[in-house]
Design a protein around this ligand. Structure first.
Ligand code: MG
Length: 459
Protein backbone atom coordinates (compact mmCIF):
# COMPACT_ATOMS: atom_id res chain seq x y z
CA UNK A 1 0.00 0.00 0.00
CA UNK A 2 1.20 3.52 -0.77
CA UNK A 3 2.21 5.36 2.35
CA UNK A 4 0.43 8.61 3.08
CA UNK A 5 2.44 9.73 6.11
CA UNK A 6 6.13 10.52 5.65
CA UNK A 7 8.66 11.23 8.41
CA UNK A 8 6.76 14.36 9.39
CA UNK A 9 3.09 13.95 8.59
CA UNK A 10 1.51 14.19 5.14
CA UNK A 11 3.13 16.74 2.79
CA UNK A 12 2.85 17.85 -0.79
CA UNK A 13 2.56 20.70 -3.28
CA UNK A 14 -0.67 22.64 -2.81
CA UNK A 15 -3.45 21.85 -5.30
CA UNK A 16 -1.37 19.05 -6.78
CA UNK A 17 -0.99 16.25 -4.25
CA UNK A 18 -1.96 18.39 -1.23
CA UNK A 19 -5.48 19.45 -2.12
CA UNK A 20 -8.85 19.95 -0.36
CA UNK A 21 -10.05 16.42 -1.31
CA UNK A 22 -7.11 14.88 0.49
CA UNK A 23 -7.55 17.21 3.49
CA UNK A 24 -11.27 16.38 3.69
CA UNK A 25 -10.77 12.60 3.57
CA UNK A 26 -7.82 12.76 5.91
CA UNK A 27 -9.99 14.75 8.35
CA UNK A 28 -12.63 12.01 8.10
CA UNK A 29 -9.99 9.30 8.64
CA UNK A 30 -8.39 11.05 11.64
CA UNK A 31 -11.82 11.63 13.17
CA UNK A 32 -12.89 8.02 12.58
CA UNK A 33 -9.70 6.80 14.24
CA UNK A 34 -10.27 8.90 17.37
CA UNK A 35 -13.97 8.03 17.44
CA UNK A 36 -12.91 4.40 18.03
CA UNK A 37 -11.64 5.53 21.44
CA UNK A 38 -14.33 8.05 22.35
CA UNK A 39 -17.86 8.87 21.20
CA UNK A 40 -17.21 12.58 20.62
CA UNK A 41 -13.49 13.36 20.28
CA UNK A 42 -12.40 16.97 20.84
CA UNK A 43 -9.73 17.98 18.31
CA UNK A 44 -7.50 21.10 18.44
CA UNK A 45 -6.75 22.60 15.02
CA UNK A 46 -3.90 24.97 14.16
CA UNK A 47 -1.94 26.16 11.13
CA UNK A 48 1.36 27.80 10.23
CA UNK A 49 1.40 31.03 8.19
CA UNK A 50 1.21 29.59 4.64
CA UNK A 51 -1.36 31.08 2.26
CA UNK A 52 -3.05 27.70 1.72
CA UNK A 53 -3.68 27.29 5.46
CA UNK A 54 -7.36 28.35 5.39
CA UNK A 55 -8.18 26.17 2.38
CA UNK A 56 -6.72 23.02 3.95
CA UNK A 57 -7.88 23.82 7.48
CA UNK A 58 -11.47 24.29 6.32
CA UNK A 59 -11.49 21.02 4.39
CA UNK A 60 -9.85 19.02 7.17
CA UNK A 61 -12.13 20.59 9.80
CA UNK A 62 -15.17 19.71 7.68
CA UNK A 63 -14.01 16.08 7.53
CA UNK A 64 -13.55 15.95 11.30
CA UNK A 65 -16.96 17.53 12.01
CA UNK A 66 -18.70 15.21 9.54
CA UNK A 67 -17.63 12.09 11.46
CA UNK A 68 -18.78 13.53 14.79
CA UNK A 69 -15.69 15.25 16.25
CA UNK A 70 -15.86 18.64 17.92
CA UNK A 71 -13.10 20.93 16.64
CA UNK A 72 -11.50 23.97 18.30
CA UNK A 73 -9.60 26.37 16.05
CA UNK A 74 -6.48 27.71 17.79
CA UNK A 75 -5.40 29.87 14.82
CA UNK A 76 -1.85 30.40 13.55
CA UNK A 77 0.65 28.85 15.95
CA UNK A 78 4.07 27.20 16.13
CA UNK A 79 3.69 23.41 15.97
CA UNK A 80 5.06 23.02 19.54
CA UNK A 81 2.51 25.58 20.83
CA UNK A 82 -0.33 23.45 19.45
CA UNK A 83 1.28 20.35 20.93
CA UNK A 84 1.54 22.06 24.31
CA UNK A 85 -2.14 23.08 24.23
CA UNK A 86 -3.17 19.50 23.40
CA UNK A 87 -1.05 18.17 26.26
CA UNK A 88 -2.24 20.74 28.81
CA UNK A 89 -5.92 21.02 27.92
CA UNK A 90 -8.69 18.46 27.47
CA UNK A 91 -8.26 17.84 23.72
CA UNK A 92 -8.17 14.23 22.56
CA UNK A 93 -5.81 15.05 19.70
CA UNK A 94 -4.48 17.90 17.59
CA UNK A 95 -4.08 18.59 13.89
CA UNK A 96 -1.63 21.14 12.52
CA UNK A 97 -1.60 22.33 8.91
CA UNK A 98 2.09 22.93 8.18
CA UNK A 99 4.97 21.96 5.90
CA UNK A 100 7.64 23.08 8.41
CA UNK A 101 10.68 24.40 6.47
CA UNK A 102 9.51 23.44 2.95
CA UNK A 103 9.11 26.17 0.26
CA UNK A 104 5.80 28.15 0.25
CA UNK A 105 4.12 26.05 -2.46
CA UNK A 106 4.11 23.08 -0.06
CA UNK A 107 1.77 22.36 2.79
CA UNK A 108 1.06 19.39 5.01
CA UNK A 109 -1.08 17.86 7.73
CA UNK A 110 0.34 16.51 10.94
CA UNK A 111 -1.53 14.77 13.75
CA UNK A 112 -0.59 14.80 17.42
CA UNK A 113 -1.89 12.45 20.09
CA UNK A 114 -3.67 13.49 23.30
CA UNK A 115 -0.37 13.88 25.20
CA UNK A 116 0.90 16.27 22.50
CA UNK A 117 3.41 13.81 20.98
CA UNK A 118 3.54 12.90 17.31
CA UNK A 119 1.75 9.70 16.35
CA UNK A 120 3.55 6.36 16.25
CA UNK A 121 3.95 4.55 12.93
CA UNK A 122 1.25 2.05 13.97
CA UNK A 123 -1.24 4.84 14.67
CA UNK A 124 -0.47 6.46 11.31
CA UNK A 125 -0.95 3.13 9.57
CA UNK A 126 -4.34 2.71 11.18
CA UNK A 127 -5.39 6.16 9.92
CA UNK A 128 -4.00 5.28 6.46
CA UNK A 129 -6.05 2.08 6.43
CA UNK A 130 -9.22 4.07 7.13
CA UNK A 131 -8.24 6.66 4.50
CA UNK A 132 -7.49 4.22 1.68
CA UNK A 133 -10.43 1.89 2.41
CA UNK A 134 -12.72 4.92 2.89
CA UNK A 135 -14.24 3.22 5.92
CA UNK A 136 -15.24 6.54 7.47
CA UNK A 137 -17.59 6.71 10.41
CA UNK A 138 -21.08 7.81 9.46
CA UNK A 139 -23.06 9.82 12.00
CA UNK A 140 -26.66 11.02 11.87
CA UNK A 141 -27.45 14.72 11.41
CA UNK A 142 -27.81 15.35 15.14
CA UNK A 143 -24.33 13.90 15.90
CA UNK A 144 -22.36 16.17 13.55
CA UNK A 145 -19.56 17.98 15.42
CA UNK A 146 -19.44 21.62 16.47
CA UNK A 147 -16.72 24.18 15.78
CA UNK A 148 -15.36 26.59 18.39
CA UNK A 149 -12.36 28.92 18.52
CA UNK A 150 -9.85 29.73 21.29
CA UNK A 151 -7.16 32.39 21.14
CA UNK A 152 -5.39 31.54 24.40
CA UNK A 153 -2.96 28.87 23.17
CA UNK A 154 -0.08 31.30 22.57
CA UNK A 155 -0.35 32.74 26.08
CA UNK A 156 -0.60 29.26 27.64
CA UNK A 157 2.55 28.27 25.75
CA UNK A 158 4.55 31.38 26.74
CA UNK A 159 3.59 30.92 30.41
CA UNK A 160 4.56 27.23 30.19
CA UNK A 161 8.05 28.11 28.97
CA UNK A 162 8.53 30.96 31.48
CA UNK A 163 7.72 28.52 34.31
CA UNK A 164 10.55 26.19 33.28
CA UNK A 165 13.52 28.55 33.05
CA UNK A 166 15.27 30.84 35.52
CA UNK A 167 13.55 34.03 34.40
CA UNK A 168 15.24 36.14 37.07
CA UNK A 169 18.75 35.19 35.92
CA UNK A 170 17.81 35.80 32.26
CA UNK A 171 16.29 39.23 33.01
CA UNK A 172 19.36 40.27 35.01
CA UNK A 173 21.68 39.34 32.14
CA UNK A 174 20.04 41.92 29.86
CA UNK A 175 20.85 40.04 26.68
CA UNK A 176 20.48 41.56 23.23
CA UNK A 177 18.93 39.05 20.82
CA UNK A 178 18.40 39.33 17.07
CA UNK A 179 15.43 37.10 16.27
CA UNK A 180 14.71 35.87 12.73
CA UNK A 181 11.36 34.04 12.54
CA UNK A 182 11.70 33.66 8.76
CA UNK A 183 8.14 35.02 8.40
CA UNK A 184 6.95 31.78 9.98
CA UNK A 185 4.58 30.87 12.81
CA UNK A 186 7.24 31.55 15.47
CA UNK A 187 6.45 35.25 15.03
CA UNK A 188 3.15 34.75 16.88
CA UNK A 189 4.82 34.03 20.23
CA UNK A 190 8.64 34.28 20.18
CA UNK A 191 9.08 38.10 20.17
CA UNK A 192 6.66 38.35 23.10
CA UNK A 193 8.48 35.58 25.00
CA UNK A 194 11.81 37.38 24.57
CA UNK A 195 10.34 40.71 25.72
CA UNK A 196 8.99 39.04 28.85
CA UNK A 197 12.44 37.59 29.47
CA UNK A 198 13.77 41.15 29.58
CA UNK A 199 15.82 40.82 26.39
CA UNK A 200 16.67 43.72 24.14
CA UNK A 201 15.10 42.55 20.90
CA UNK A 202 16.01 43.25 17.27
CA UNK A 203 13.50 41.66 14.89
CA UNK A 204 14.28 40.27 11.42
CA UNK A 205 11.47 38.71 9.33
CA UNK A 206 9.12 38.69 12.33
CA UNK A 207 5.99 39.47 10.26
CA UNK A 208 3.84 36.53 9.16
CA UNK A 209 4.15 36.03 5.40
CA UNK A 210 2.90 32.94 3.62
CA UNK A 211 5.24 33.61 0.69
CA UNK A 212 8.33 33.65 2.98
CA UNK A 213 9.52 36.86 1.28
CA UNK A 214 12.23 37.50 3.89
CA UNK A 215 14.21 34.30 3.38
CA UNK A 216 13.65 30.62 2.58
CA UNK A 217 12.27 28.82 5.61
CA UNK A 218 15.06 26.31 6.20
CA UNK A 219 17.57 27.79 8.71
CA UNK A 220 20.71 26.69 6.83
CA UNK A 221 23.77 28.99 6.58
CA UNK A 222 23.03 30.20 3.02
CA UNK A 223 19.59 31.47 4.15
CA UNK A 224 20.74 33.38 7.24
CA UNK A 225 23.09 35.97 5.75
CA UNK A 226 20.90 38.90 6.81
CA UNK A 227 20.64 37.61 10.39
CA UNK A 228 24.41 37.09 10.71
CA UNK A 229 24.98 40.60 9.36
CA UNK A 230 22.47 42.16 11.78
CA UNK A 231 24.03 40.46 14.81
CA UNK A 232 27.38 42.04 13.95
CA UNK A 233 25.82 45.40 13.06
CA UNK A 234 23.87 45.91 16.28
CA UNK A 235 26.48 44.22 18.52
CA UNK A 236 24.00 41.64 19.86
CA UNK A 237 24.89 38.83 22.25
CA UNK A 238 23.39 36.27 19.90
CA UNK A 239 21.11 35.70 16.94
CA UNK A 240 18.52 33.00 16.51
CA UNK A 241 16.53 31.70 13.53
CA UNK A 242 13.44 29.50 13.50
CA UNK A 243 12.08 27.29 10.72
CA UNK A 244 8.55 27.76 9.30
CA UNK A 245 6.64 25.99 12.07
CA UNK A 246 9.11 26.98 14.81
CA UNK A 247 10.04 23.58 16.18
CA UNK A 248 13.73 24.13 15.34
CA UNK A 249 16.13 26.90 16.40
CA UNK A 250 19.56 27.71 14.96
CA UNK A 251 21.91 30.13 16.76
CA UNK A 252 24.40 32.76 15.60
CA UNK A 253 27.23 33.79 17.95
CA UNK A 254 28.01 37.41 18.89
CA UNK A 255 30.57 37.61 16.06
CA UNK A 256 27.95 36.68 13.48
CA UNK A 257 29.10 33.06 13.03
CA UNK A 258 26.59 30.32 12.24
CA UNK A 259 26.45 27.63 14.92
CA UNK A 260 25.55 24.21 13.58
CA UNK A 261 22.73 22.37 15.32
CA UNK A 262 24.98 19.64 16.72
CA UNK A 263 27.10 22.29 18.47
CA UNK A 264 24.18 24.07 20.16
CA UNK A 265 22.82 20.61 21.05
CA UNK A 266 26.15 19.63 22.67
CA UNK A 267 26.39 22.95 24.52
CA UNK A 268 22.90 22.64 25.99
CA UNK A 269 23.45 18.94 26.78
CA UNK A 270 26.57 19.84 28.77
CA UNK A 271 24.62 22.47 30.69
CA UNK A 272 21.72 20.14 31.44
CA UNK A 273 23.79 17.05 32.32
CA UNK A 274 26.40 18.85 34.46
CA UNK A 275 26.04 17.90 38.11
CA UNK A 276 22.88 15.96 37.38
CA UNK A 277 23.93 13.19 34.97
CA UNK A 278 21.19 11.21 33.19
CA UNK A 279 20.43 10.05 29.66
CA UNK A 280 20.44 12.04 26.41
CA UNK A 281 18.67 10.52 23.38
CA UNK A 282 19.52 11.24 19.74
CA UNK A 283 19.51 9.52 16.32
CA UNK A 284 22.58 7.59 15.10
CA UNK A 285 23.34 10.41 12.63
CA UNK A 286 24.30 12.90 15.36
CA UNK A 287 27.91 14.04 15.82
CA UNK A 288 30.14 12.23 18.34
CA UNK A 289 30.77 15.61 19.94
CA UNK A 290 27.49 15.11 21.83
CA UNK A 291 28.53 11.74 23.24
CA UNK A 292 31.98 13.05 24.14
CA UNK A 293 30.51 16.00 26.05
CA UNK A 294 27.77 13.97 27.77
CA UNK A 295 30.11 11.13 28.78
CA UNK A 296 32.64 13.61 30.18
CA UNK A 297 29.92 15.00 32.46
CA UNK A 298 28.98 11.51 33.68
CA UNK A 299 25.88 11.09 31.50
CA UNK A 300 25.01 8.58 28.83
CA UNK A 301 23.85 8.83 25.18
CA UNK A 302 21.26 6.42 23.75
CA UNK A 303 21.00 6.27 19.96
CA UNK A 304 17.77 5.75 17.99
CA UNK A 305 16.60 5.56 14.42
CA UNK A 306 16.35 8.90 12.57
CA UNK A 307 13.11 10.87 13.21
CA UNK A 308 12.05 13.14 16.05
CA UNK A 309 8.91 11.14 17.03
CA UNK A 310 11.16 8.12 17.65
CA UNK A 311 13.57 10.19 19.73
CA UNK A 312 10.65 11.53 21.79
CA UNK A 313 9.22 8.07 22.43
CA UNK A 314 12.55 6.60 23.50
CA UNK A 315 13.13 9.61 25.78
CA UNK A 316 9.86 8.82 27.53
CA UNK A 317 10.70 5.13 27.88
CA UNK A 318 14.19 5.63 29.34
CA UNK A 319 13.26 8.78 31.33
CA UNK A 320 15.90 10.83 29.52
CA UNK A 321 16.76 14.33 30.76
CA UNK A 322 17.33 15.72 27.26
CA UNK A 323 17.23 14.76 23.60
CA UNK A 324 17.03 15.97 20.03
CA UNK A 325 18.41 16.12 16.53
CA UNK A 326 21.45 17.77 14.95
CA UNK A 327 19.20 20.09 12.88
CA UNK A 328 18.33 22.33 15.85
CA UNK A 329 15.24 20.38 16.96
CA UNK A 330 15.65 19.85 20.71
CA UNK A 331 13.33 18.17 23.22
CA UNK A 332 13.03 19.21 26.89
CA UNK A 333 11.07 16.50 28.76
CA UNK A 334 10.10 18.73 31.69
CA UNK A 335 8.26 20.90 29.12
CA UNK A 336 6.96 18.44 26.52
CA UNK A 337 8.04 15.45 24.42
CA UNK A 338 8.50 17.21 21.09
CA UNK A 339 10.95 19.57 19.39
CA UNK A 340 10.43 23.10 20.62
CA UNK A 341 12.37 26.14 19.36
CA UNK A 342 11.02 28.73 21.81
CA UNK A 343 11.90 26.48 24.75
CA UNK A 344 15.35 25.95 23.19
CA UNK A 345 15.87 29.73 22.92
CA UNK A 346 14.77 30.32 26.54
CA UNK A 347 17.12 27.58 27.78
CA UNK A 348 20.02 28.98 25.74
CA UNK A 349 19.42 32.42 27.27
CA UNK A 350 19.45 30.84 30.76
CA UNK A 351 22.73 29.11 29.90
CA UNK A 352 24.31 32.37 28.68
CA UNK A 353 23.05 34.23 31.76
CA UNK A 354 24.57 31.67 34.12
CA UNK A 355 27.81 30.76 32.34
CA UNK A 356 28.82 34.42 32.00
CA UNK A 357 30.83 33.77 28.84
CA UNK A 358 30.13 34.75 25.26
CA UNK A 359 28.46 32.23 22.99
CA UNK A 360 31.57 31.97 20.77
CA UNK A 361 33.76 31.21 23.82
CA UNK A 362 31.36 28.51 24.99
CA UNK A 363 31.26 26.92 21.54
CA UNK A 364 35.06 26.95 21.31
CA UNK A 365 35.20 24.76 24.45
CA UNK A 366 33.37 21.93 22.68
CA UNK A 367 35.10 19.05 20.86
CA UNK A 368 35.24 19.62 17.11
CA UNK A 369 34.26 17.02 14.56
CA UNK A 370 34.01 17.25 10.80
CA UNK A 371 30.94 15.72 9.17
CA UNK A 372 30.75 14.98 5.44
CA UNK A 373 27.40 14.06 3.87
CA UNK A 374 26.83 12.49 0.48
CA UNK A 375 24.22 10.30 -1.24
CA UNK A 376 23.81 7.59 -3.87
CA UNK A 377 20.70 6.69 -5.85
CA UNK A 378 19.31 3.21 -5.39
CA UNK A 379 15.87 1.89 -6.36
CA UNK A 380 13.66 1.41 -3.29
CA UNK A 381 13.09 -2.31 -3.95
CA UNK A 382 16.83 -3.01 -3.92
CA UNK A 383 17.73 -1.11 -0.77
CA UNK A 384 17.25 -4.04 1.59
CA UNK A 385 19.47 -6.37 -0.42
CA UNK A 386 22.18 -3.73 -0.84
CA UNK A 387 22.13 -2.95 2.87
CA UNK A 388 22.44 -6.64 3.81
CA UNK A 389 25.45 -7.03 1.51
CA UNK A 390 27.13 -3.91 2.91
CA UNK A 391 26.74 -5.34 6.42
CA UNK A 392 28.31 -8.62 5.27
CA UNK A 393 31.30 -6.86 3.71
CA UNK A 394 32.03 -4.48 6.59
CA UNK A 395 31.67 -7.16 9.27
CA UNK A 396 34.74 -8.91 7.85
CA UNK A 397 36.85 -5.73 7.54
CA UNK A 398 39.89 -5.60 9.84
CA UNK A 399 39.69 -1.91 10.72
CA UNK A 400 36.04 -1.99 11.82
CA UNK A 401 35.66 -1.61 15.58
CA UNK A 402 31.93 -1.87 15.99
CA UNK A 403 28.82 -2.09 13.79
CA UNK A 404 25.50 -0.60 14.83
CA UNK A 405 22.41 -1.44 12.75
CA UNK A 406 19.89 0.74 14.61
CA UNK A 407 19.16 2.59 11.35
CA UNK A 408 20.96 1.46 8.18
CA UNK A 409 24.48 0.54 9.21
CA UNK A 410 26.86 2.67 11.29
CA UNK A 411 30.47 1.58 11.08
CA UNK A 412 32.80 2.69 13.87
CA UNK A 413 36.45 2.94 12.81
CA UNK A 414 39.63 3.91 14.62
CA UNK A 415 39.40 7.60 13.72
CA UNK A 416 35.74 8.18 12.95
CA UNK A 417 32.49 6.60 11.83
CA UNK A 418 30.42 6.14 8.68
CA UNK A 419 26.65 5.81 8.51
CA UNK A 420 25.02 4.29 5.42
CA UNK A 421 21.28 4.81 5.67
CA UNK A 422 18.44 4.16 3.21
CA UNK A 423 16.20 7.24 2.97
CA UNK A 424 12.63 6.61 4.09
CA UNK A 425 11.20 8.94 1.44
CA UNK A 426 13.55 8.99 -1.58
CA UNK A 427 15.27 6.28 -3.69
CA UNK A 428 18.69 7.05 -2.21
CA UNK A 429 21.22 5.94 0.37
CA UNK A 430 22.55 8.73 2.57
CA UNK A 431 26.16 8.49 3.65
CA UNK A 432 27.48 10.41 6.67
CA UNK A 433 31.17 10.26 7.56
CA UNK A 434 32.62 11.91 10.65
CA UNK A 435 36.14 12.35 11.98
CA UNK A 436 38.10 14.98 13.91
CA UNK A 437 40.08 15.55 10.72
CA UNK A 438 38.37 17.03 7.63
CA UNK A 439 40.55 15.11 5.15
CA UNK A 440 39.89 11.85 6.94
CA UNK A 441 36.11 12.44 6.96
CA UNK A 442 36.19 13.12 3.20
CA UNK A 443 38.30 10.02 2.59
CA UNK A 444 35.84 7.88 4.59
CA UNK A 445 32.86 9.32 2.75
CA UNK A 446 34.54 8.66 -0.61
CA UNK A 447 35.60 5.11 0.11
CA UNK A 448 32.19 4.08 1.50
CA UNK A 449 30.44 5.85 -1.35
CA UNK A 450 32.42 3.67 -3.77
CA UNK A 451 31.58 0.55 -1.76
CA UNK A 452 27.85 1.33 -1.82
CA UNK A 453 28.03 2.18 -5.56
CA UNK A 454 29.60 -1.22 -6.22
CA UNK A 455 26.84 -2.93 -4.27
CA UNK A 456 24.11 -1.00 -6.08
CA UNK A 457 25.56 -1.70 -9.54
CA UNK A 458 26.03 -5.43 -8.89
CA UNK A 459 22.84 -6.18 -6.96
MG1 MG B 1 9.83 22.31 11.53
Amino acid sequence: MTRLFGTNGVRGVVNQDMNPDLALDLGRAIGTYYARRKEKPFIAMGTDARISNHMLKSACTSGLLSVGCNVEDLGILPTPALQYAVKEKDYDAGVIITASHNPPQFNGIKVVDLDGTELSKEQEEEIEDIYFSKSFRIVSWDKVGQLSAWDGAGELYIKGILSKVDTEAIRKANLHVVLDCGNGAGAVVTPELLRRLGCKLTEVNCELDGFFRGRPSEPVPENLGELMERVREVGADLGVAQDGDADRAIFIDEKGNYIFGDQSFSLLARYIIRGRKGIVVTPVSTSSSLEEVVTREGGKVIYTRVGSPIVARVMKEVKAVFGGEENGGLIFPEHQYCRDSAMTIAKMLELLAKEEKSLSELISELPRYELVKTKITCPNDRKEDVLRRIKDVVSSQQDVRKIDDTDGVKIYLEDGWVLVRPSGTEPIFRIFAESKDRGKAEELADSYKRLVEDMVSTS
